[in-house]
Design a protein around this ligand. Sequence first.
Ligand code: HEM
Length: 427
Amino acid sequence: MKFEMTPGEILAAARAPEPGDEGYDPFDAFDQAQGAEHSINPYEVYNELLAQCPVHRGSVSEMLGAVSVSDLMAGDRQIVNVLSYDGVEAVLRDGATFSSAGYAESMGLVMGHTILEMDEPEHGQYRKLIQQAFTRREMERWEHDIVNPVLDHYINAFIDRGRADLVHELMFVFPVHVIAIALGLPEADLPAFYRRAVEITNMASQIERGFAASQWLYDFLEPVVEGRRADPQEDLISILAHAELDGQRLTNDEIIAFCRLLLPAGAETTYRAASNMMVGLLSDPAQLEAVRADRSLVSAAVEEALRWEAPLTGISRTATADAVVEGIEIQAGTAVNTSLGSANHDPSRWDDPERFDIFRQPKSHIAFATGPHLCLGIHLARMEMRAVLEHLLDRLPGLRLDPDSEAPEIAGLAFRAPATLPVIWDV
Ligand code: HEM
């Protein structure tokens, strides 16, 4: 794959002020929104509450002293928080009692009607149509054709310097680039696509810009979808435009809503997960060296990172009927927050859960959810995390934290990641 623009050029063009909107930079706005919940460590609170009871009445803000997206989603409804691994698993597996339709009032306003807010049977039909594009085998092709070249392109830009901020120069940008290529977008459109991707991802803090980005993406993608219907190429939009099940095809609105969803669901989560993984490894050089010496440990590092610091700490459902979870009664209509972060630190399942330890006995975690809405991009996410770790180990000898910078800190309530990750290596 050939690239015409350097990463620096792509980012500079994406950040360039727009007429009438000087002084606004979507990347800075995103960084600032992240800083808003900077000092909160939810795990201490989860631990305390979980020790008392696996299910708590009340909002996340009451629990943690901060405003959370899931509270906003709940509106006036009663809220419960499910904290234990078994409780979270039970709720997420029972899509009939615990509906996803509530997303229509939050994410749906910006994304359109996506798979995320569908219940059965609509969800299953739609998922069957889309998942053909995300099989493990298809991801092997993506790895070779898209992910590896994109990673090399970004690393080439800083490799001779001997130092970089891995969050800003690699993790934040490469997953969006991968999605743009997978969708079949021309490289010249990448800066504009990046800009809107950041704005749609930042919608919780700047909703008006989220709406504008959503409309921009519609106007931008609709002719592409029409073009692919007439003249299919080897890309995701073509697959979606021609996917057929029992004579049913996806409409333009459905395809565009799905493409929009890929930005927060596919790019933001991956950047956070990959950054968290590198914080875990770089903060414990013995574990990093173990992975460097024995690459069969790469998958263990990926899974432990997802357990240790799930990039998305919670997801919400609405009870459609009275139910009982972990012995606690939940009334119909209640907003049910399942805490993936707390479940992944449940001490009845993992010893010393706060410790990052790639040598743990393998046990499934719940960072990708479970049940009908199990992450559709699970193979892509794992492959991207493995690939970025392999590239960093292969290409940056002696990779370590920059001793002149402060130790990185993973922060955030609903979404977790370090703000920066300064590293050095031997050149
Ligand atoms: C480490 C990275 C990732 C994590 C931790 C993650 C996590 C999740 C979680 C927790 C859900 C369930 C949401 C809910 O039901 O409320 C989900 C769903 C989803 N994810 Fe991911 N995700 C990641 C990467 C990706 C990627 C790379 C893609 C790109 C294809 C993707 C696409 C989706 C889609 C389309 C859904 C909706 C599935 C459905 O509703 O049936 N995700 N993800």
